[in-house]
Design a protein around this ligand. Sequence first.
Ligand SMILES: [Zn+2]
Length: 360
Amino acid sequence: MKVFFARAQMQHRPTQYGVHGRLVQPLENPNRAATLIESLESLGLTVGEPARDLEADRAAIERVHPAHYLRFLDTAFARFQELPHAGPEVLPNVHPYFAAARPYGASPLANGARPEPRTTGILGQTGWYVGDLSCAMTEGTAEAAFASAVSAIAAARAVLSGDGAAFALCRPPGHHAYADRASGFCFLNNAAIAAELLREQYGKVAIVDFDTHHGDGTQTIFYARDDVFFGSVHTDPSAYYPHFLGHADETGHGAGEGCNLNLPLAFGSGDGEYLAAVETLAERALGFGAEALVISAGWDAHHADPLSKLAVTGDAYPLVGEMLGRLGLPSVIVQEGGYSLAAVSEAAPAFTGAFMGARA
Ligand SMILES: [Zn+2]
Protein backbone atom coordinates (compact mmCIF):
# COMPACT_ATOMS: atom_id res chain seq x y z
CA MET A 1 0.00 0.00 0.00
CA LYS A 2 1.33 3.43 -0.95
CA VAL A 3 1.54 6.15 1.68
CA PHE A 4 1.53 9.77 0.53
CA PHE A 5 2.98 12.63 2.54
CA ALA A 6 3.83 16.04 1.06
CA ARG A 7 6.73 17.52 3.08
CA ALA A 8 5.35 21.06 2.77
CA GLN A 9 2.78 20.05 5.39
CA MET A 10 5.50 20.66 7.99
CA GLN A 11 5.33 24.41 7.23
CA HIS A 12 2.21 24.79 9.39
CA ARG A 13 3.75 25.54 12.79
CA PRO A 14 1.39 27.75 14.79
CA THR A 15 2.35 28.72 18.32
CA GLN A 16 -1.13 29.54 19.66
CA TYR A 17 -4.26 27.50 20.38
CA GLY A 18 -7.08 28.90 22.46
CA VAL A 19 -8.48 26.46 24.99
CA HIS A 20 -10.43 27.00 28.22
CA GLY A 21 -9.68 30.70 28.17
CA ARG A 22 -5.95 30.46 27.52
CA LEU A 23 -3.68 30.57 24.52
CA VAL A 24 -1.41 27.53 24.72
CA GLN A 25 0.91 25.54 22.44
CA PRO A 26 -1.16 23.72 19.79
CA LEU A 27 -1.68 19.99 20.25
CA GLU A 28 -1.70 19.61 16.47
CA ASN A 29 1.98 20.00 15.55
CA PRO A 30 4.57 18.65 13.09
CA ASN A 31 5.77 16.02 15.59
CA ARG A 32 2.57 14.11 14.85
CA ALA A 33 3.56 13.69 11.23
CA ALA A 34 7.06 12.54 12.16
CA THR A 35 5.59 9.93 14.53
CA LEU A 36 3.12 8.72 11.90
CA ILE A 37 5.83 8.37 9.27
CA GLU A 38 7.95 6.32 11.67
CA SER A 39 4.94 4.17 12.64
CA LEU A 40 4.00 3.35 9.07
CA GLU A 41 7.59 2.72 8.02
CA SER A 42 7.82 0.19 10.85
CA LEU A 43 5.30 -1.86 8.86
CA GLY A 44 7.62 -1.85 5.86
CA LEU A 45 5.57 0.79 4.04
CA THR A 46 7.32 3.48 2.01
CA VAL A 47 6.18 7.05 2.55
CA GLY A 48 6.36 8.97 -0.72
CA GLU A 49 6.04 12.59 -1.86
CA PRO A 50 2.92 12.93 -4.05
CA ALA A 51 3.33 14.01 -7.65
CA ARG A 52 1.84 17.48 -8.15
CA ASP A 53 -0.30 18.85 -10.91
CA LEU A 54 -1.11 22.37 -9.77
CA GLU A 55 -4.10 22.90 -12.03
CA ALA A 56 -5.67 19.48 -11.47
CA ASP A 57 -5.01 19.62 -7.73
CA ARG A 58 -6.65 23.03 -7.48
CA ALA A 59 -9.63 21.76 -9.49
CA ALA A 60 -9.99 18.76 -7.15
CA ILE A 61 -9.97 21.06 -4.11
CA GLU A 62 -12.50 23.41 -5.75
CA ARG A 63 -14.93 20.52 -6.09
CA VAL A 64 -15.37 20.92 -2.32
CA HIS A 65 -14.19 24.43 -1.42
CA PRO A 66 -15.34 27.65 -3.13
CA ALA A 67 -12.68 29.82 -4.76
CA HIS A 68 -13.36 32.78 -2.44
CA TYR A 69 -12.47 30.64 0.60
CA LEU A 70 -9.26 29.42 -1.04
CA ARG A 71 -8.41 33.03 -1.87
CA PHE A 72 -8.82 33.92 1.82
CA LEU A 73 -6.50 31.08 2.90
CA ASP A 74 -3.88 32.10 0.34
CA THR A 75 -3.83 35.78 1.32
CA ALA A 76 -4.85 35.88 4.99
CA PHE A 77 -1.39 35.83 6.58
CA ALA A 78 0.04 38.68 4.52
CA ARG A 79 -3.11 40.79 4.91
CA PHE A 80 -3.28 40.16 8.66
CA GLN A 81 0.33 41.28 9.10
CA GLU A 82 -0.66 44.73 7.83
CA LEU A 83 -2.91 45.32 10.87
CA PRO A 84 -1.51 47.64 13.51
CA HIS A 85 0.15 45.63 16.30
CA ALA A 86 -0.59 42.38 14.49
CA GLY A 87 0.20 39.21 16.39
CA PRO A 88 2.38 36.42 15.00
CA GLU A 89 -0.55 34.49 13.52
CA VAL A 90 -3.98 35.01 12.01
CA LEU A 91 -6.65 34.55 14.71
CA PRO A 92 -10.26 35.75 14.67
CA ASN A 93 -11.63 38.21 17.18
CA VAL A 94 -15.13 38.66 15.75
CA HIS A 95 -17.66 36.11 14.56
CA PRO A 96 -20.77 36.57 12.45
CA TYR A 97 -24.16 35.54 13.75
CA PHE A 98 -24.66 32.87 11.17
CA ALA A 99 -27.72 30.69 11.41
CA ALA A 100 -26.54 27.13 11.84
CA ALA A 101 -30.20 26.38 11.15
CA ARG A 102 -30.00 27.80 7.62
CA PRO A 103 -31.33 25.13 5.27
CA TYR A 104 -28.65 22.85 3.94
CA GLY A 105 -28.04 22.67 0.25
CA ALA A 106 -28.96 26.27 -0.48
CA SER A 107 -25.58 27.17 -1.98
CA PRO A 108 -24.71 26.69 -5.64
CA LEU A 109 -22.30 23.96 -4.52
CA ALA A 110 -25.06 22.37 -2.41
CA ASN A 111 -22.50 21.58 0.25
CA GLY A 112 -23.46 24.03 2.96
CA ALA A 113 -21.12 26.77 1.72
CA ARG A 114 -22.23 30.33 2.45
CA PRO A 115 -22.04 33.10 -0.10
CA GLU A 116 -18.90 35.22 -0.25
CA PRO A 117 -19.08 37.66 2.70
CA ARG A 118 -19.76 41.36 2.06
CA THR A 119 -17.05 42.34 4.53
CA THR A 120 -13.81 43.12 2.71
CA GLY A 121 -11.55 43.69 5.73
CA ILE A 122 -9.24 40.99 6.99
CA LEU A 123 -10.71 40.99 10.52
CA GLY A 124 -14.26 40.45 9.32
CA GLN A 125 -13.18 37.85 6.82
CA THR A 126 -11.15 36.00 9.44
CA GLY A 127 -14.25 35.85 11.63
CA TRP A 128 -16.30 34.62 8.68
CA TYR A 129 -13.89 31.93 7.51
CA VAL A 130 -12.22 30.74 10.75
CA GLY A 131 -14.53 29.03 13.19
CA ASP A 132 -12.48 28.80 16.37
CA LEU A 133 -9.11 29.41 18.02
CA SER A 134 -7.53 26.12 16.94
CA CYS A 135 -6.74 27.37 13.43
CA ALA A 136 -4.02 29.97 13.93
CA MET A 137 -2.48 30.64 10.52
CA THR A 138 1.23 31.14 10.00
CA GLU A 139 3.06 32.15 6.85
CA GLY A 140 3.24 28.51 5.74
CA THR A 141 -0.27 27.43 6.73
CA ALA A 142 -2.00 27.82 3.36
CA GLU A 143 0.79 25.93 1.60
CA ALA A 144 0.71 23.19 4.27
CA ALA A 145 -3.07 22.83 4.05
CA PHE A 146 -2.79 22.60 0.27
CA ALA A 147 -0.03 19.97 0.63
CA SER A 148 -2.23 18.02 3.02
CA ALA A 149 -5.04 18.01 0.46
CA VAL A 150 -2.56 17.05 -2.26
CA SER A 151 -1.62 13.97 -0.20
CA ALA A 152 -5.29 12.91 -0.13
CA ILE A 153 -5.63 13.66 -3.85
CA ALA A 154 -2.60 11.47 -4.62
CA ALA A 155 -4.02 8.60 -2.56
CA ALA A 156 -7.38 8.88 -4.32
CA ARG A 157 -5.66 8.96 -7.72
CA ALA A 158 -3.66 5.84 -6.81
CA VAL A 159 -6.91 4.02 -6.05
CA LEU A 160 -8.51 5.34 -9.25
CA SER A 161 -5.57 3.90 -11.17
CA GLY A 162 -6.06 0.46 -9.68
CA ASP A 163 -4.39 0.32 -6.25
CA GLY A 164 -6.68 -1.48 -3.81
CA ALA A 165 -5.94 0.99 -1.04
CA ALA A 166 -3.74 3.99 -0.27
CA PHE A 167 -2.91 6.00 2.86
CA ALA A 168 -2.90 9.80 2.88
CA LEU A 169 -0.83 11.11 5.75
CA CYS A 170 -2.63 14.42 6.07
CA ARG A 171 -1.57 17.11 8.52
CA PRO A 172 -3.16 19.56 9.16
CA PRO A 173 -6.19 17.23 9.35
CA GLY A 174 -9.47 17.85 7.55
CA HIS A 175 -12.75 16.53 8.91
CA HIS A 176 -13.75 19.71 10.82
CA ALA A 177 -13.18 21.87 7.73
CA TYR A 178 -16.46 22.99 6.17
CA ALA A 179 -16.66 23.94 2.52
CA ASP A 180 -15.91 27.54 3.49
CA ARG A 181 -14.73 27.44 7.09
CA ALA A 182 -11.59 26.34 8.92
CA SER A 183 -12.08 24.89 12.39
CA GLY A 184 -10.84 22.18 14.72
CA PHE A 185 -7.21 22.32 13.46
CA CYS A 186 -8.59 21.75 9.91
CA PHE A 187 -8.46 24.02 6.83
CA LEU A 188 -9.31 21.82 3.83
CA ASN A 189 -11.48 18.71 4.07
CA ASN A 190 -9.11 16.05 2.77
CA ALA A 191 -11.59 13.18 3.15
CA ALA A 192 -14.28 15.06 1.24
CA ILE A 193 -11.82 15.93 -1.54
CA ALA A 194 -10.81 12.25 -1.80
CA ALA A 195 -14.45 11.14 -1.84
CA GLU A 196 -15.30 13.57 -4.65
CA LEU A 197 -12.39 12.22 -6.71
CA LEU A 198 -13.47 8.61 -6.13
CA ARG A 199 -16.93 9.57 -7.35
CA GLU A 200 -15.44 10.04 -10.84
CA GLN A 201 -15.23 6.27 -11.09
CA TYR A 202 -17.52 4.92 -8.39
CA GLY A 203 -21.23 5.69 -8.26
CA LYS A 204 -21.47 5.48 -4.49
CA VAL A 205 -18.78 6.28 -1.95
CA ALA A 206 -18.92 5.80 1.83
CA ILE A 207 -16.91 7.80 4.34
CA VAL A 208 -16.38 6.08 7.69
CA ASP A 209 -14.96 8.32 10.42
CA PHE A 210 -13.64 6.80 13.67
CA ASP A 211 -11.89 9.88 15.07
CA THR A 212 -13.16 10.67 18.58
CA HIS A 213 -14.60 13.96 17.34
CA HIS A 214 -17.57 14.15 15.03
CA GLY A 215 -16.60 15.02 11.45
CA ASP A 216 -18.93 18.01 11.32
CA GLY A 217 -17.30 19.49 8.22
CA THR A 218 -17.58 16.28 6.23
CA GLN A 219 -21.17 15.70 7.35
CA THR A 220 -22.22 19.17 6.26
CA ILE A 221 -20.51 18.95 2.88
CA PHE A 222 -22.42 15.78 1.96
CA TYR A 223 -25.58 16.26 4.04
CA ALA A 224 -27.92 16.69 1.06
CA ARG A 225 -26.25 14.05 -1.13
CA ASP A 226 -27.43 10.52 -1.88
CA ASP A 227 -24.20 9.39 -3.59
CA VAL A 228 -21.91 9.82 -0.57
CA PHE A 229 -22.68 8.14 2.76
CA PHE A 230 -21.15 9.65 5.88
CA GLY A 231 -20.98 7.52 9.02
CA SER A 232 -19.21 8.49 12.22
CA VAL A 233 -18.55 7.07 15.67
CA HIS A 234 -17.49 9.76 18.10
CA THR A 235 -17.85 11.17 21.59
CA ASP A 236 -21.31 12.59 22.38
CA PRO A 237 -21.03 16.24 21.29
CA SER A 238 -23.55 17.51 23.89
CA ALA A 239 -20.62 18.83 25.93
CA TYR A 240 -17.68 18.06 23.67
CA TYR A 241 -16.10 19.36 20.45
CA PRO A 242 -17.49 20.11 17.83
CA HIS A 243 -20.43 20.94 20.17
CA PHE A 244 -23.04 21.82 17.54
CA LEU A 245 -23.30 18.75 15.30
CA GLY A 246 -22.89 14.99 15.66
CA HIS A 247 -26.17 13.91 17.22
CA ALA A 248 -27.90 10.65 16.32
CA ASP A 249 -30.96 12.41 14.85
CA GLU A 250 -28.90 14.06 12.07
CA THR A 251 -29.69 11.64 9.28
CA GLY A 252 -29.35 13.73 6.12
CA HIS A 253 -31.48 16.24 4.26
CA GLY A 254 -33.58 16.04 1.10
CA ALA A 255 -32.11 13.51 -1.30
CA GLY A 256 -29.49 12.79 1.35
CA GLU A 257 -32.02 11.67 3.96
CA GLY A 258 -30.78 8.34 5.38
CA CYS A 259 -27.25 8.79 4.00
CA ASN A 260 -25.82 10.19 7.25
CA LEU A 261 -25.30 8.08 10.35
CA ASN A 262 -24.01 9.40 13.68
CA LEU A 263 -23.21 7.01 16.51
CA PRO A 264 -22.28 9.22 19.48
CA LEU A 265 -20.77 7.44 22.50
CA ALA A 266 -21.18 8.49 26.13
CA PHE A 267 -18.09 9.66 28.04
CA GLY A 268 -16.25 6.64 29.42
CA SER A 269 -17.30 4.22 26.67
CA GLY A 270 -14.72 1.50 26.01
CA ASP A 271 -13.64 -0.94 23.34
CA GLY A 272 -16.96 -2.84 23.33
CA GLU A 273 -19.13 0.17 22.49
CA TYR A 274 -16.55 1.64 20.09
CA LEU A 275 -16.09 -1.58 18.10
CA ALA A 276 -19.83 -2.29 17.96
CA ALA A 277 -20.29 1.18 16.47
CA VAL A 278 -17.55 0.66 13.86
CA GLU A 279 -19.19 -2.64 12.93
CA THR A 280 -22.52 -0.88 12.44
CA LEU A 281 -20.85 1.78 10.28
CA ALA A 282 -19.23 -0.93 8.13
CA GLU A 283 -22.56 -2.73 7.70
CA ARG A 284 -24.38 0.47 6.84
CA ALA A 285 -21.70 1.43 4.30
CA LEU A 286 -22.26 -1.89 2.56
CA GLY A 287 -26.05 -1.57 2.86
CA PHE A 288 -25.76 1.86 1.20
CA GLY A 289 -24.16 0.12 -1.76
CA ALA A 290 -20.75 1.76 -1.42
CA GLU A 291 -18.36 0.88 -4.21
CA ALA A 292 -15.44 2.71 -2.63
CA LEU A 293 -14.49 3.77 0.87
CA VAL A 294 -12.82 6.77 2.47
CA ILE A 295 -11.69 6.18 6.05
CA SER A 296 -11.25 9.22 8.27
CA ALA A 297 -8.71 7.74 10.66
CA GLY A 298 -8.14 9.48 13.99
CA TRP A 299 -6.42 7.93 16.97
CA ASP A 300 -7.75 10.28 19.62
CA ALA A 301 -10.43 7.94 21.03
CA HIS A 302 -7.46 6.20 22.71
CA HIS A 303 -7.72 6.74 26.47
CA ALA A 304 -4.16 8.11 26.55
CA ASP A 305 -5.03 10.96 24.17
CA PRO A 306 -5.11 14.35 25.94
CA LEU A 307 -8.48 15.15 24.32
CA SER A 308 -10.11 11.73 24.85
CA LYS A 309 -13.16 11.24 27.06
CA LEU A 310 -13.43 7.57 26.07
CA ALA A 311 -11.77 4.46 27.51
CA VAL A 312 -10.78 2.92 24.18
CA THR A 313 -7.52 0.92 24.37
CA GLY A 314 -4.84 0.06 21.85
CA ASP A 315 -6.46 -3.36 21.47
CA ALA A 316 -9.39 -1.84 19.58
CA TYR A 317 -7.40 -0.51 16.61
CA PRO A 318 -6.37 -3.79 14.94
CA LEU A 319 -10.02 -4.86 15.16
CA VAL A 320 -11.16 -1.60 13.54
CA GLY A 321 -8.58 -2.21 10.79
CA GLU A 322 -9.81 -5.75 10.28
CA MET A 323 -13.49 -4.74 10.07
CA LEU A 324 -12.85 -2.02 7.50
CA GLY A 325 -10.27 -4.05 5.54
CA ARG A 326 -12.67 -7.00 5.30
CA LEU A 327 -15.11 -4.84 3.34
CA GLY A 328 -12.68 -5.32 0.45
CA LEU A 329 -13.61 -1.98 -1.12
CA PRO A 330 -11.18 0.31 -2.96
CA SER A 331 -10.13 2.45 0.00
CA VAL A 332 -8.42 5.73 0.79
CA ILE A 333 -7.29 6.09 4.40
CA VAL A 334 -7.10 9.76 5.39
CA GLN A 335 -5.25 10.78 8.54
CA GLU A 336 -7.33 12.94 10.93
CA GLY A 337 -6.66 13.50 14.67
CA GLY A 338 -4.60 11.80 17.38
CA TYR A 339 -2.52 13.91 19.76
CA SER A 340 -0.73 11.52 22.12
CA LEU A 341 2.39 10.51 20.23
CA ALA A 342 2.55 7.30 22.30
CA ALA A 343 -1.06 6.42 21.43
CA VAL A 344 -0.51 7.31 17.77
CA SER A 345 2.55 5.09 17.51
CA GLU A 346 0.55 2.22 19.00
CA ALA A 347 -2.79 2.68 17.22
CA ALA A 348 -1.78 3.75 13.71
CA PRO A 349 0.45 0.77 12.84
CA ALA A 350 -1.91 -1.68 14.61
CA PHE A 351 -4.85 -0.43 12.54
CA THR A 352 -2.92 -0.24 9.29
CA GLY A 353 -1.28 -3.67 9.63
CA ALA A 354 -4.62 -5.33 10.38
CA PHE A 355 -6.34 -3.40 7.58
CA MET A 356 -3.81 -4.65 5.03
CA GLY A 357 -3.91 -8.17 6.46
CA ALA A 358 -7.70 -8.36 6.16
CA ARG A 359 -7.56 -7.30 2.51
CA ALA A 360 -4.80 -9.77 1.57
ZN1 LIG B 1 -10.27 14.28 16.69
